[in-house]
Design a protein around this ligand. Sequence first.
Ligand code: ADP
Ligand code: ADP
Length: 225
Amino acid sequence: MYKLENVSKKYNDKYAVQNFTLTIESGSITGIVGKSGSGKSTLLKLLNFIEQPTEGQIIFEDKAINDASKKVIRKYKEKIGMVFQNYNLLNNLNVYQNIALPLKIINKEDQHKVNELIQFVGLEDKAKSYPSQLSGGEKQRVSLARALVRNPDILLCDEATSSLDENNTETIIKMLKNINHEFNITIIFVTHELSVVKQLCEKVCVMEDGQLLDIIENRNKSAEK
Ligand code: ADP
Ligand code: ADP
């Protein structure tokens, strides 16, 4: 899916990501873990094509993105769903409307799809509730459904469980495993919480000072599949 070859990203002469080489297989669940300031956000911005590498290259689906046109990059971006730590829901839209929004924007409304996802995340009885009426765990389930509504190939999770308690974290982890398994969606989960990626990921990349310090193969997780 992705091949990063000696990728670096520099801001004002300082490397946020340095000499990063990694292959992310289609259908895998990869964890990226590191302390604050280790370069995780920057790596995410490279993976969702918001930033371009200063050096090195990213191959996405066998094509080098360094020389891809804006139009092609836009196409690639459509294949990616994002989940954030703070949910990023619109407060004046209810659960149904929040999940439907990415479809509405491109004039491809699909009630059936939205209802299916509401069911998938177990929020049938909250479809008409507004974000202010939901718990953190429920908000993250809405955010997950919204990320899936355009059938992405990849789900990028940015500290997706970092605002949640243990129970809700477990629920989200289970859902992500299901999503990976049932829809064959590649998942990249970025976090400072090592315990979460250990439960979820087959492969965990440890970042420090912008560099890939270590790759941990989580055999138990691979065996589960
Ligand atoms: P993390 O997400 O792990 O906290 P970041 O990718 O946000 O790490 O940051 C890595 C390093 O790059 C930090 O030293 C940060 O200050 C720096 N950095 C990140 N984004 C920018 C930017 N847009 N401009 C300048 N420096 C940045
Ligand atoms: P996180 O740890 O979640 O990355 P930060 O507070 O480090 O949160 O960063 C928030 C945003 O600001 C990110 O988009 C990051 O890329 C950007 N950023 C981080 N450090 C700097 C910096 N030194 N200069 C400019 N932008 C930065």
